[in-house]
Design a binder for this molecule. Structure first.
Ligand SMILES: Nc1nc2c(c(=O)[nH]1)N[C@H]1C(S)=C(S)[C@@H](COP(=O)(O)O)O[C@H]1N2
Ligand SMILES: [Mo]
Length: 323
């Protein structure tokens, strides 16, 4: 199936099997009710990656990882979060990332830090994770395609990571890149769906906002490859495509970095791309969204419901305008 994000195709729509039945809904409520127990069972099967993170040194300690952001609505089912994905490196169909998940090799993993900072260099994933205490954050992820999920991420604040590299006063933006090995492309990278590597970026103050998060897990376990293993960004007040997966490069820059979706369709995907129900996508409305697993659409919230935390970043910008 061609991608709905790409302008020349206009076949955006959800499949029938995205709709959950009452039974699933009830079992999910039950799961939520048993959250603490289910959580600790999931932790029993955690993977060696956690050994690198302070919070995971003991299973019990990690199970007690503080939940720093909660969400009033029920969690989206793990099955939905891991089988209905956008990760074009692994294919453009929603089911492709799960099918092709094994093509992504996440170990060893390095992240290159570049640009306007005192400590650029090549860091192993272990170096990157070592000093951070992991926390759980339940965020709503709102895709520009008008669907959303409630996801319990595990990770740490992006600000805490960026500060370690001592960005200088010329660091006005942060750019991110996903892996791309020309000689050994991932299945979806054999076609130029977007110019590879996938690129994203934030203004420095957005990156330093306490909501900006580096996720290394979800539902108490390491990130499934299809969700952007081993480490990905989560920026919950922006459309999902800003939350770049499987990061291999972070660059501090003076100027606004190029970003993949803005490059290929600037009139449809702005650099800022804050969730905004008053600004429609040129080809569909952004007023409402479908929570994956739920029957009825719900209103989309300004800044995806995080207005209190982030509206101050955009003072003086006309929020009815496309950015
Ligand atoms: N590298 C990379 N990151 C990506 C994408 C992608 O295709 N490649 N898709 C984005 C989009 S459009 C969305 S909605 C989210 C989906 O995240 P999820 O599959 O974990 O729900 O990832 C974002 N990050
Ligand atoms: Mo998306």
């Amino acid at each position: 199936m061609p991608s709905p994000l790409i302008p020349k195709f206009d076949n955006f729509g959800l499949k029938e099997n995205d709709v959950t039945d009452e039974q699933l809904y009830l079992s999910r409520r039950k799961f939520i009710g048993q959250g603490a127990l289910a959580g600790s069972l999931a932790f029993a099967s955690y993977l060696p990656l956690w050994a690198h993170a302070k919070a995971s040194q003991k299973q019990g300690k990690f199970a007690a990882a503080q939940r720093s952001y909660d969400h009033k609505e029920a969690l989206t089912r793990l099955e939905d979060i891991t089988s209905y994905n956008n990760f074009y490196e692994l294919g453009t169909d929603k089911s492709d990332p799960k099918t092709n998940a094994d093509a992504l090799q996440t170990s060893p993993w390095n992240i290159r830090i570049e640009g306007e900072c005192a400590k650029p260099g090549n860091y192993t994933l272990e170096d990157i994770l070592a000093p951070h205490t992991l926390e759980e954050r339940i965020y709503k992820l709102r895709c520009v395609e008008a669907w959303s999920m409630i996801i319990p991420w595990i990770g740490f604040p992006l600000a805490d990571l960026l500060k370690r590299f001592e960005p200088n006063s010329d660091a006005k933006y942060v750019a991110f890149e996903t892996l791309y090995d020309k000689k050994n492309p991932l299945p979806g990278q054999k076609r130029k769906v977007v110019p590879w590597p996938y690129r994203e970026g934030l203004r420095m103050d957005e990156a330093m906002n306490p909501l900006s998060f580096m996720a290394v897990g979800l539902y108490g376990d390491t990130l499934p490859n299809q969700n952007g293993a081993p480490i990905r960004l989560v920026v919950p007040w922006k459309y999902g495509f800003k939350s770049i997966k499987s990061i291999v490069k972070i660059r501090f820059s003076k100027t606004e970095p190029q970003t993949s979706w803005n490059d290929i369709a600037p009139r449809e995907y702005g650099f800022y791309s804050n969730v905004n129900p008053t600004v429609n996508h040129p080809r569909w409305s952004q007023k409402r969204e479908r929570r994956i697993g739920e029957l009825f659409k719900v209103p989309t919230e300004m800044f995806n419901g995080y207005e209190k935390e982030v509206a101050h970043l955009y003072k003086g910008m006309d929020l009815k305008k496309f950015y």
